[in-house]
Design a protein around this ligand. Structure first.
Ligand code: HEM
Length: 255
């Protein structure tokens, strides 16, 4: 999808895919694998799964886990630096699980996905023929006012929160528990460390499918007698925001 929007992404994208496949091949060819790979290979031998399935899955797993967690971490950090009140509220560990889940709804990395119809079907009165591609705008669905009350607000205890940030159905994210855990650790780390403040505008990667920050200049707030420098409590972009505000601030167009 990204290459469709920006043709100049096609060649580097293909190159990256090839390098990832080569890496997975190397990993798979390790003479005496250990850990998870050993289990996977052992299991595959027992159930006679073709080897290329395993190698593809290894590549998919890496791609699906690293890129999304990396992107989600940047988005979460960005939101929480803009909303020190929300970060402070997360000191209440009872809010951590629902809060992190809400952060993924509010500004998650997965913007959309697609499926190819294999049989004639109908979606809300629209006929879809076999072979046609259906694109779902996951991030837009996550702000659907018919599903979410105050969809543009960050509500740390939002329950229920049936968002699509981890997909839905049989192909929903298999790593969502790990992804959420990683983000909870990030929040805990932010709360334990000296406060951070932004020192410049974050730069977003120019992608359509995975909303991601490429650069985010920050610095630790200096500790002064009696506490941290007041800058930590008066971020220049603090206050109620929604993603539209965030996008304006980053100087990027709305998706
Ligand atoms: C915050 C982090 C993450 C987010 C936001 C995320 C999001 C998603 C989304 C939206 C999908 C559905 C894609 C689709 O329907 O086309 C998905 C699928 C998937 N995710 Fe994640 N993911 C995250 C972390 C991870 C991690 C850590 C792993 C692995 C350890 C992982 C492995 C996968 C795999 C293998 C699939 C494909 C499942 C299938 O097709 O059956 N994800 N993820």
């Amino acid at each position: 999808m990204d290459a469709g929007l920006r043709p100049e992404n096609a060649v580097p994208g293909d190159l990256a895919r090839r390098r990832l496949n080569d890496l997975a091949d190397d990993w798979y060819a390790t003479p005496e694998p250990s850990g998870f790979l050993r289990k996977v290979q052992g299991g595959a031998d027992r159930v006679h799964v073709p080897e290329h399935y395993i190698r593809n899955s290894v590549g998919l797993m890496f791609n699906a886990s690293f890129g999304t967690v990396f992107a989600a971490a940047g988005n979460v950090l960005d939101t929480l630096l803009r909303r020190p009140d929300a970060l402070a509220a997360l000191r209440d560990r009872r809010l951590l699980a629902t809060g992190v889940n809400e952060l993924v709804r509010f500004d998650g990395p997965a913007q959309g996905t697609s499926r190819v119809a294999v049989r004639p079907t109908e979606i809300h009165g629209v006929a879809v023929e076999p072979g046609q591609v259906v694109m779902t705008a996951l991030a837009a669905a996550n702000r659907d006012p018919e599903q979410f009350r105050d969809p543009d607000e960050l509500v740390l205890d939002r329950t229920p929160n049936r968002h699509l940030g981890f997909g839905w159905g049989v192909h929903a994210c298999v790593g969502s528990a790990f992804g959420q855990l990683a983000l909870q650790e990030l929040v805990a780390g932010l709360l334990d460390a000296p406060p951070l403040r932004r020192t410049g505008r974050p730069v977003r990667r120019s992608t359509a499918t995975v909303r991601c920050i490429a650069e985010m200049p920050v610095s630790f707030v200096e500790k002064v007698a009696g506490g941290y420098d007041a800058l930590s409590r008066s971020s220049p972009v603090a206050g109620p925001i929604d993603s539209r505000g965030a996008q304006e601030d980053h100087g990027i167009p709305a998706h």
